[in-house]
Design a protein around this ligand. Sequence first.
Ligand code: NAI
Length: 334
Amino acid sequence: MSAPLRVLVTGAAGQIGYSIVIRIADGTVFGKDQAVQLVLLDVPQCATVLEGVVFELQDCALPTLHSVEAVTDVQQAFTGVDYAFLVGAMPRREGMERKDLLAANVRIFKAQGKALADFAKPTTKVIVVGNPANTNAFIAAKYAAGKVPARNFSAMTRLDHNRALGQLALKTGTTIGDVKNVIIWGNHSSTQFPDVTHATIKNQPAATVVNDNAFLQGAFISTVQKRGAVIIEKRKLSSAMSAAKAACDHIHDWHFGTKAGEFVSMAVPSDGSYGIPQGLVFSFPVTIDAATKEWKIVQGLTFDDFAKGKIAATTKELEEERDDALKACDDASI
Ligand code: NAI
């Protein structure tokens, strides 16, 4: 068993938290030979719930779980962490606009960015799940600058990526393993662009196999874009099981690397690729090198006018969110 990795989950008393901790603790994310020290953070009002989660994890009798601690103190939570799953945020409820949540979440992610800078390892890798995820990651990276590099911050669009895989498999009567290289561009919101231009199904171009352009440019995109809202409408709660699974896929691939010839979608600070403004946390197709654990944005992909329009719309939304968040940061009360 390798020396334990210290892994933080924030919002661990919440519904995604409940689904995610078992996968981290049981070796699904970091492997069956890797011990994990799990740190669970939530707000003080949830201390008792957290304790219940700790008891359940102890009762799972997991060989990979070196230790588990429940904390409500930010310094204790962030000290020495190798990986941080930043899930804790105010979730969007039915009928609530993302913008309504922005100011409250800026406050949380500014404080957590500072805590990462002050207490975490400089090599810490961060996934932000809490919405608005891209902009929260942007804010956390801004306040961790100088200690934790911006490229160690990411936001989750893997759930959208997985939803796109699922829809293509359903449409073509294939299985998930047959579908590869879908791309989610942009924001984890209804402006995201699920793109199948470079996707394959059983090694054939997805567009050829699907053979229904109206579907690919219509129902497919809107189903993926609006899936989160539909699930809230039906469950009265946001996606939790699928969100937890996607966060684990994201960190698993960051830790172990992507498979040869395959890419995954991950929101990362733009390096200017594809004309996306530098620093904007934008979902791109990435490959990850197993040895260095560094992501690289897939280069050289081409866009038609349809794709260009979609990418422009999600870029604009992200720029607006970023500007609103920066304004909120300047507010003395935040
Ligand atoms: P939840 O409400 O069940 O749990 C959130 C937890 O975070 C609560 O226990 C709350 O006390 C805690 N929390 C709030 N502020 C905190 C802070 N400052 N520090 C530590 N913990 C804090 O919500 P759920 O369903 O688990 O969702 C969590 C977040 O994930 C939401 O923002 C939701 O919108 C987002 N989400 C993102 C997805 C994505 O694809 N990026 C998909 C699904 C949900």
